[in-house]
Write a protein that binds this ligand. Structure first.
Ligand SMILES: O=c1ccn([C@@H]2O[C@H](COP(=O)(O)O)[C@@H](O)[C@H]2O)c(=O)[nH]1
Length: 290
């Protein structure tokens, strides 16, 4: 396990630096039952603990960003969350950035609870960044934006997800008539990107990059325009969902966008050996490093 220097806050700056050091890849810790069995582990707490331990050892210091999929920890209740908390602490100790993929989002007052859980220094689940869902309104996420700003953390808002079912909602064209400041005729996904772009304005001036990012699936045929975001773009869908490096380049290959392709199963299938995972990771980093 290689320890990098402690991450620099704010998150956008820290991620840009990590990408320059290790390559611009995000890798997932997705303890699917099938993967645990493939690794010779039982789908129980002991199996979850060992799977997670191996991932943390293989990924620490070798990748820009690690993305634990919270759903697979949550299904073991409080004991699963304890495994996640240890992984977050170990990755923090190693100086490796973590985005917890929890896709949180509710009405504004409830979002304060999510902000306190995932984005506060003294929380056991504190992560460098969090994925959030904007479908109760991109502005309802204000408590999460505020907490991220105050603590130097990052947010990734789902804009256009990698799954085909996302298209009917996220590619829908808006027809504004009321108080929203966005022009009519653009997609829901584009509105989300444009809103985040405004939130990045302050850090953009100071650092050249903000900490408010979006999720855009690498599988998406017609992605939103990302050039003005000035924040990171997380691109899941590489590997098992069918997206390739060419897709990543198609979506974020133009200058200035910090695109971070995310890969889970296609890498985890190389386990359970730490050496095999690390070797594959190093190949992928070389492939995606631009
Ligand atoms: O649009 C999205 C948002 C999140 N995900 C998550 O990323 C990984 C993808 O796993 P693979 O094994 O690389 O397909 C998983 O945790 C998803 O929940 C996504 O796929 N698409």
């Amino acid at each position: 396990m290689t320890a990098l220097c402690a991450p620099t806050k704010p998150f956008g700056v820290a991620l840009r630096r990590a990408c320059a050091q290790t390559g611009r890849l995000c890798v997932g810790i997705d303890p699917h039952a099938a993967l645990l069995r493939q690794w010779g582990l039982d789908w129980n707490l002991a199996g979850l603990t060992e799977f997670t331990r191996i991932c943390v050892e293989a990924f620490s210091g070798r990748v820009a960003l690690v993305k634990p999929q919270v759903a697979f920890f949550e299904c073991f209740g409080s004991q699963g969350f304890a495994v996640l908390e240890k992984a977050l602490a170990d990755l923090r100790e190693a100086g490796t950035l973590v985005v917890s993929d929890a896709k949180r989002g509710d009405i504004g007052s409830t979002n304060q609870g999510y902000a306190d859980a995932w984005l506060r220094d003294d929380s056991p689940l504190a992560s460098d960044a969090l994925t959030v869902s904007p479908y109760l309104g991109v502005k309802s996420l204000a408590p999460l934006y505020d907490a991220a700003r105050e603590t130097g953390r990052g947010i990734f808002v789902l804009a256009r997800t990698s799954n085909p079912e996302g298209a009917s909602l996220q590619d829908a064209i808006l027809n504004h008539t009321d108080q929203t400041p966005f022009p009519a005729g653009q997609s829901v996904a584009q509105e989300i990107v444009d809103y985040l772009s405004e939130l990045n304005n302050r850090e953009k001036v100071q650092y050249g990059i903000g900490s408010f990012g979006v999720v855009v699936g690498a599988t998406v045929p017609h992605p939103p325009i990302l050039e003005n975001l000035c924040g990171p773009v997380l691109l899941p869908g590489v590997g098992v969902q069918g997206a390739t490096k060419e897709d990543v380049d198609r979506i974020v290959g133009h200058g200035g966008t910090l695109g971070v392709p995310s890969i889970s199963r296609a890498l985890l299938e190389c386990g359970p050996s730490v050496e095999d995972l690390a070797a594959r990771l190093s190949q992928l980093n070389a492939e995606f490093f631009v």
